[in-house]
Design a protein around this ligand. Structure first.
Ligand SMILES: Cc1cc2nc3c(=O)[nH]c(=O)nc-3n(C[C@H](O)[C@H](O)[C@H](O)COP(=O)(O)OP(=O)(O)OC[C@H]3O[C@@H](n4cnc5c(N)ncnc54)[C@H](O)[C@@H]3O)c2cc1C
Length: 410
């Protein structure tokens, strides 16, 4: 307890945010015997507004950790082929069955299951501490070095002193803001309306993207219901609401006619959540005593559903590079710089790809009254199945996949 009444804790690594980046990093560090405290502002992981995709490269990391069998016992679906309905045509877009990974599929698992799994595994290590309902409010600095964070808990103020603070607090990161790290934005011409509709056994199988004139919807099969992402032009949410719920229901039915008998489940706008899409990255991911990774370092668009995978890859690279310096209680600027150098290239290439899809495909479909047709090169995917391996590799493995190099002290 300090004089100002705040409880004080000391640790080696303090992680702000228990999302995919924060939980994976915490698990890997605790597994390597390094004391780590994760601060998560929510009371649980039950938040329904983020992606569910667990990519083959993330599954490979779980395999390398020796946990794949346990992991796949959690409720999930396995998707081996990705298709899109473009206008009236069904186009097979990616075939994951040839990937050089142990799991040749994309896992769909609600994010809370995934985070819960990481937390459960991490609890096997005494060096791991997870504090829920603990919101980081500020950084603590000494000289020009970040030496920890201040946080708000249901029991009062908390101060955590750490050799290293890692901002894993997502795209609205308070850590990056308080550290004054400069953000470069690449913009995004879309937002997403997120809602669910019930699913019937007679519904068609998983078709991820549906593109029709002026409309795009992505639908995730969660057994009892469809999690729907209705893509809209940036800032158009108000206009859509003003047109009224009936018009919105008709839009949904025109994209996926089999939903016509249940669009009335949307009784008002309350269950329709607006998710603002951003694509940005920090010029510098670190300063003395502090590093940002995951969306806190680079907010990802939902395009390709790769944000979770990138956050995981960042966490693995961070643990690989920093576990040894952390075990010696000394992390220098050049260690932090190595993390950025390792992860910046894959991040920027992926974001560049997302921006191309947003600008050249999504924006065009949303802004054109012409009948949507599959471009010629996508038609080739129907004729030459081997081509489907290219997007499979880009989405499933991505650029510069990471591998677990940290020890297990157990
Ligand atoms: C609409 C939409 C759909 C998406 N769909 C997909 C998809 O299907 N697949 C995919 O891979 N990616 C998807 N993404 C991107 C993906 O959600 C992110 O890239 C990924 O979650 C980043 O992980 P993270 O751990 O860096 O951050 P986050 O997942 O944002 O986690 C940050 C964590 O920090 C906590 N936090 C925030 N502030 C504080 C604070 N002050 N103190 C303590 N805790 C704090 C939050 O509660 C949260 O738990 C989508 C994004 C959007 C916007």
């Amino acid at each position: 307890m300090s004089l100002d009444g705040a409880t004080k804790i000391e640790t080696t690594c303090c992680i702000a945010g228990g999302g995919p980046a924060g939980m994976m990093l915490a698990f890997l560090l605790a597994r390597a015997g390094i004391e780590v405290v994760v601060l998560e502002k929510h009371a649980d992981f039950l938040r329904d507004f983020r992606g569910d995709t667990i990519h083959p490269s993330t599954l490979e990391i779980i395999y390398e950790l020796g946990l794949i069998e346990e992991f796949l016992k959690r409720p999930h679906q396995e998707i081996r082929e990705i298709a899109g309905q473009i206008g009236d045509e069904m186009i097979p877009l990616a075939d994951l069955t040839h990937l050089p990974t142990h799991c040749k599929f994309l896992g769909f698992m609600p994010q809370w299951e995934f985070l819960d799994f990481l937390a459960d595994e991490a609890r096997n290590y005494p060096a791991f501490k997870l504090m829920m309902q603990t919101e980081v409010t500020d950084l603590i600095e000494a000289g020009n070095k970040v030496t920890g964070v201040k946080a708000k808990t249901p029991d009062g103020e908390l101060e955590i002193q750490a050799e290293l603070t890692v901002g894993c607090d997502g795209r609205k990161s308070i850590v990056r803001e308080r550290a004054g790290l400069e953000v470069e934005s690449w913009g995004a011409p879309i937002d997403v309306l997120w809602f669910r509709l019930s699913r019937k056994p007679t519904d068609p199988g998983q078709v991820l993207g549906r593109f029709v004139t002026e409309k795009i919807m992505v639908m995730l099969n969660r057994d009892e219901y469809w999690q729907c992402a209705f893509v809209i032009a940036k800032g158009a949410a108000e206009q859509i609401k003003q047109r009224g719920l009936e018009a919105f229901r008709a839009d949904i039915a025109s994209i996926a006619p089999f939903l016509k008998d249940r669009v009335a489940e949307l009784q008002d706008w309350e269950p329709v959540k607006l998710l603002t899409v951003l694509v940005d990255h920090l010029r510098k991911w670190y300063c003395p005593g502090l590093l940002c990774i995951g969306d806190a370092a680079h907010a990802m668009s939902p395009v390709g559903g790769v944000g979770i995978n990138l956050a995981i890859q960042d966490a693995v690279a961070t643990a690989n590079i920093l576990a040894r310096p952390l075990s010696q209680d000394y992390v220098s600027l050049s260690h932090l710089q190595r993390v950025q150098m390792r992860r910046e290239f894959p991040t920027k290439v992926t974001q560049w790809g997302q921006v191309q899809v947003q600008e050249r495909i999504l924006k065009q479909v949303l802004g054109s009254r012409q009948r949507v047709q599959a471009p010629w090169f996508l038609r080739l995917f129907k004729k030459f199945p081997i081509l489907r391996r290219i997007p499979a590799r880009l989405i499933g493995i991505g650029v510069r996949p990471e591998h677990v190099r940290t020890p297990d002290v157990r």
